[in-house]
Design a protein around this ligand. Structure first.
Ligand code: SAH
Length: 396
């Protein structure tokens, strides 16, 4: 029983030779054998030379996701165990995680496990299964996660639309043990409530952990506007670092309810914060018109571009919100602005911020460029893994 084989068209082996782990249907000449949905295939070039092992999904535009580049590798239970262990070991040794008890344990392609996200909140594990290949071995992976992390409970949050691109339906629920409705995590001195079952993503924006520390260093004695605040993590970090007051703007009332809880468990007096449940694009216009100004703005919007096709529209949205943000800055104000659209690079984002500054008639200086936390590593052969970017700007 030979492993099914995917043979590429002539010259279509280039991206694989550069170790990009996605193989699009257009590059495939023929599929030899009868691979199962999510099953392992051997990828070869037009002359039959081995390129990689991957898993196959005829329903996805990305028909093969590469798992291993070594011909001698065997993708068996021990292989999965080694890959998971490698990811867990990396996090155990990360200096930046010493003062946190929540982190990303597995970050998909960047950890050599395409389509698998595993986050840890204290002793609870939250999993997202995002590809047919992972779906096929889900039982084994859950078993291995139990073996390697001995969690109190595992919860699945595969309730995301991108599963549909793989021909899978959204799914969420307990996988083993008990997971409480709210888990209280720690990032340095700050504590945050995480709603694992209903919160965004797997419950929390772990990717911004390091940036919260960096950004809050500029917050002392300033009045801060936290746009797209979610559960207030940036706002709380800013107050702890000496911000005078914060205003949180967030469209989800559930997220703001958790934000209020977060202020409470951090012992912050409620009069140091204002919670605005609304559309950030409208709120900034109201403030512009009423003359309200801030010493610091944090702007961390949701992903406006889910793919390259959506970039032009997304660029307009990023420019608009940044332009408005700059208009609200007092002299010598600070703006920490982010984009989590993987389709947009840092250079492009910088350009948008530059255009916004011209239209806002505010000169700006970029003091720092920011990226995602270290437990969300970047695979340089897979630029898509670098999605979060930020700029700390000063407006004289
Ligand atoms: N800074 C947050 C994460 C922000 S994610 C943190 O560190 O935890 C983006 C947030 O923007 C989400 O909570 C989403 O609900 C909210 N959001 C999306 N569109 C919005 C809009 N138009 N106005 C206000 N909030 C919005």
């Amino acid at each position: 029983m030979d492993t099914p084989q995917v043979r590429l068209k002539k010259t279509r082996d280039r991206s694989l030779r550069r170790r990009h782990p996605w193989l699009y249907s257009g590059a495939i000449d023929k599929v030899e054998g009868d691979p199962e949905m999510g099953g392992i295939v051997r990828v070869v070039d037009d002359r039959g030379a081995f390129l990689a092992w991957g898993y196959f999904n005829p329903l996805s535009k990305i028909q093969v996701r590469i798992l291993d580049w070594q011909e001698s590798s065997l993708i068996d239970e021990e292989w999965w165990r080694c890959r998971l262990r490698r990811s867990l070991d990396m996090r155990r040794k990360l200096p930046s995680l010493r003062s946190a008890n929540a982190c990303r344990l597995v970050y998909s392609e960047a950890d050599g496990l395409p389509g698998l996200i595993v986050d840890k909140y204290l002793d609870y594990i939250v999993v997202q299964v995002l590809s047919a290949g992972v779906e096929r071995v889900r039982a084994l992976l859950f078993e291995l996660l139990r073996e390697l992390t001995s969690p109190e409970g595992i919860y699945e949050r595969s309730d995301v639309e991108i599963r549909e691109l793989e021909g899978l339906s959204p799914l969420s629920g307990p996988a083993s043990g008990d997971v409480p409705p709210v888990v209280e995590i720690r990032e340095g001195q700050n504590r945050f409530c995480v709603d694992i079952k209903k919160g965004h993503k797997t419950g929390f924006y772990l990717d911004q952990r390091a940036n919260r520390d960096i950004v809050s260093e500029y917050a002392a004695d300033r009045e801060v506007l936290d746009l797209f605040s979610y559960t207030g993590a940036f706002a709380i970090a800013a107050l702890r670092a000496g911000a005078k007051r914060v205003t949180l703007v967030e469209s989800s009332s559930q997220a703001l309810d958790v934000a209020r809880q977060n202020f409470d468990i951090n012992g912050i007096a409620p009069d140091r914060a204002e919670f605005i449940n609304g559309n950030a694009f409208d709120v900034v216009r109201e403030y512009r018109d009423s003359g309200r100004r801030f010493g610091m703005l944090i702007c961390d919007p949701p992903k406006f571009a889910h793919s390259k096709v959506q970039l032009p529209k997304a660029e307009r949205a990023y420019k608009d919100i940044n332009l408005m943000a700059m208009k609200l800055l007092e002299p010598d104000g600070m703006l920490a602005t982010f984009s989590c659209s993987g389709a947009m690079g840092i250079e492009e984002f910088s350009k948008i911020v530059a255009w916004a500054s011209i239209d806002a008639s505010r000169e700006i200086q970029v003091l720092q460029r920011l990226s995602q936390a270290h437990d969300h590593p970047i695979n340089p052969c897979f630029p898509e893994s670098e999605y979060l970017k930020g700029l700390i700007c000063r407006a004289p």
